[in-house]
Design a protein around this ligand. Structure first.
Ligand code: ADP
Length: 326
């Protein structure tokens, strides 16, 4: 291991349930391996302001079950500029931090990649995002919890939908990725999912209306991925009201409820495994990689792939949803 004595850890971008479990795992694995750990607060901002504290075992006690992130998170515009990153590097030198573990989504790992290249600084990333939109990993920290939250919310909305015989468009998060919408629809027994990945190939709304929704049912629930491409749930509802005024349409935007809450067992275990793997990777002299999971095994994914490559949606799932909603 190339002279790594102290590891800095930060969470950045959108918060995701399970980030705390990852912070705990990184901290404890580092301490187990006789490394020092420093917690950096508010993402990359903490590297500019110097909000950094030494982390011991008890700093991460009693957090595995908490949503959000004890390290806080922030968006840091300055880090996008070379001057900002220079200050960040100087802070790391001053604090004698030799390597970083960055937990975050696409944007955070993009920043990590640029910084690592600019200063030849060892960084390992963990995929922390409810959107599941990072290439090279079957799932991301927070995705399973968000999926369960969506399922529970849709279960509740269905009571009203069926009592009033309404058509509900429910918008879920995903930042132009349809994983939450598609799997959320299957898990909650919704009639359809409208996702950006196939929007330009087929007019999913037209298809839905043509099929008469589910003919034997008096209510319908459609999950819509938030996206400029599809226009989201509001866009769908406006179109239906204009073109098919016979339907009684309602819109629910689940919003930030999807980010919060105690992480599921799946997310806690995933975050724990990935957190341990981040320290293992640094000790094996891995650089500029994101920890991923493929077929239940830990893998190292180069930042360039994790960020740049589009993660494909499993199209078989569209068929499953279509068959099960007939
Ligand atoms: P997420 O990690 O959830 O995708 P953001 O896209 O907001 O969240 O990114 C989080 C932070 O990562 C930004 O506020 C910024 O500090 C940093 N970042 C994102 N993109 C870049 C970039 N191209 N160059 C440098 N830093 C970046």
């Amino acid at each position: 291991m190339a002279n790594i004595k102290c590891i800095g850890i930060l969470t950045s971008g959108g918060d995701a349930p399970g980030m705390n479990a990852a912070i705990r795992a990184v901290t404890r694995t580092a301490i187990y391996n006789e490394l020092e750990v420093k917690g950096i607060f508010r993402g990359y901002k903490g590297l500019l302001t110097g909000e950094i504290v030494p982390f011991k075992t008890n700093n991460v006690s009693n957090i595995i079950q908490q949503g959000g992130t004890i390290l806080k998170t922030a968006r840091c515009i300055e880090f996008r500029e070379p001057e900002g990153r220079k200050i960040a590097y100087e802070t790391l030198q001053k604090e004698e931090i030799d390597a970083l573990v960055v937990i975050g989504g696409d944007g955070s790992l993009t920043g990590a990649r640029i910084f690592a290249q600019e200063y030849e600084f060892p960084i390992v990333g963990l995929p922390g995002t409810i959107d599941n939109d990072l290439y090279g990993t079957d799932t991301t920290i927070g995705y399973d919890t968000a999926l369960n939250t969506i399922m529970e919310a849709v279960d509740k909305i269905r009571d009203t939908a069926s009592s009033h015989e309404r058509l509900f468009f429910i918008e879920v998060m995903g930042r132009d990725a349809g994983f939450l919408a598609l799997n959320g629809a299957i898990a909650s027994g919704a009639e359809a999912a409208i996702i950006p990945e196939i929007w330009t190939e087929v007019d999913q709304l037209e298809e839905l209306i043509k099929n008469g929704f589910r003919k034997s049912k008096n209510s319908s629930i459609v999950l819509v991925a938030e996206s400029e491409i599809t226009g989201g749930a509001m866009g769908m509802a406006e179109r239906v009201q204009k073109e098919y005024p016979q339907y009684d349409v309602r819109v629910t935007i689940l919003g930030h409820i999807q980010r919060g809450g105690s992480p599921t067992a799946c997310d806690r275990i995933l975050a724990s495994r990935m957190g341990e793997a981040a320290i293992d990777a640094l000790m094996e002299d891995q650089r500029n990689v994101m920890i991923g999971i493929q077929n239940d095994s830990i893998v190292y994914v180069p930042f360039s792939k994790a960020i740049k490559k589009e993660k494909p949606i499993n199209r078989d799932l569209l068929n499953t949803l279509r068959i099960l909603s007939t």
